[in-house]
Write a protein that binds this ligand. Structure first.
Ligand SMILES: NC(=O)c1ccc[n+]([C@@H]2O[C@H](COP(=O)([O-])OP(=O)(O)OC[C@H]3O[C@@H](n4cnc5c(N)ncnc54)[C@H](O)[C@@H]3O)[C@@H](O)[C@H]2O)c1
Length: 257
């Protein structure tokens, strides 16, 4: 599991919320932020896994807690952010990482069905909006507020409903950046290419992985730490003049101008 490269305490004293934090990217973002001094909340619909991951990361002396939350449920999100504000005084950093991207959601619309697509958009798109609006109120008045949304290379090259949901994340990133700027909050996104998190390793056929690799400019597998580094950068003061952007971390997959 990655904790990124540098262990300097650049997020010391910050309060960070990572959605979908129980495993995969979310866990890696949470671990990296905690190593850099942040107090981290891992929110996940899988409450037991969030609690277990938080306990594992705390074993290294970090400040990490796991909370149960469905990002598509406004009431749950608002309650969770109120709870964070009560415990930590507010919020500084948000990573909107929770997303549905298993094989069940990465196929033609007719096969997913309308109810499935509605859920896909509720989690991947509305979840980003709901969490960002709740976080905005908790970030107000604190310097250096930053949000990073997790989009996907599918937002550039994929013609499924999943790709459209991640394209919406790019659009939402730009519109929220404009809306949140007056509160001193920057909003950016990272679009990872194919990265072998547990879900991908379990589900992606080898032939499909080879096809993606063939379309990359850089001929190596993407790693979790490639994405962690981009997210940490955008959350940090080193990116204080960057907002509304989506940064691709894809090894040059489907690169276009
Ligand atoms: N792995 C990749 O190659 C890749 C590439 C591009 C984008 N992404 C995006 O990165 C994000 C994370 O990917 P991952 O591979 O770590 O996924 P993962 O499936 O391993 O983990 C996702 C986590 O989100 C949680 N979650 C799902 N629905 C939720 C909800 N409604 N509320 C709260 N939590 C919820 C799950 O329980 C799980 O713990 C997703 O948004 C995905 O679309 C992944």
């Amino acid at each position: 599991m990655s904790t990124g490269k540098s262990e300097e305490l650049e997020h010391q004293g910050k309060v960070a919320l990572v959605t979908g934090g129980a495993r995969g990217f979310g866990r890696a973002f949470g671990a990296a932020l905690a190593v850099r001094g942040a107090r981290v909340v891992l929110a996940d619909i899988d409450a037991d896994a969030a609690a277990a991951t938080a306990a594992e990361l705390r074993a290294d002396g970090a400040s990490v807690e796991g909370l149960a939350c469905d990002v598509a449920d406004e009431e749950q999100v608002n309650l969770m952010v109120q709870q964070i504000t009560a415990s930590h005084g507010g919020l500084d950093l948000l990573v909107n990482n929770a997303g549905l991207h298993s094989a069940a959601f990465n196929k033609p619309s007719e096969e997913i069905g309308v109810a499935g697509i509605r859920r896909l958009f509720d989690v991947n798109v509305m979840g980003v909006l709901i969490c960002s609006l709740a976080a905005k109120a908790a970030m107000r008045g604190r310097p250096g507020g930053a949000i990073v949304n997790i989009s996907s290379s599918a937002a550039y090259a994929n013609r499924t409903a999943y790709g459209v949901s991640k394209l919406a994340v790019r659009g939402l990133t730009a519109s929220l950046a404009r809306e949140f700027a007056s509160d001193g909050i920057r909003v950016n996104a990272v679009a990872p290419g194919l990265i072998f998190t547990d879900t991908i390793r379990k589900e992606l056929p080898a032939a499909e992985a080879q096809r993606v690799l063939g379309q990359q400019i850089l001929q190596r597998e993407g790693r979790e730490e490639d994405v962690v580094d981009a997210v940490l950068h955008l959350l940090s003061s080193r990116a204080s003049f960057v907002t509304g952007e989506t940064v691709r971390v894809t090894g040059g997959f489907a690169l276009s101008l």
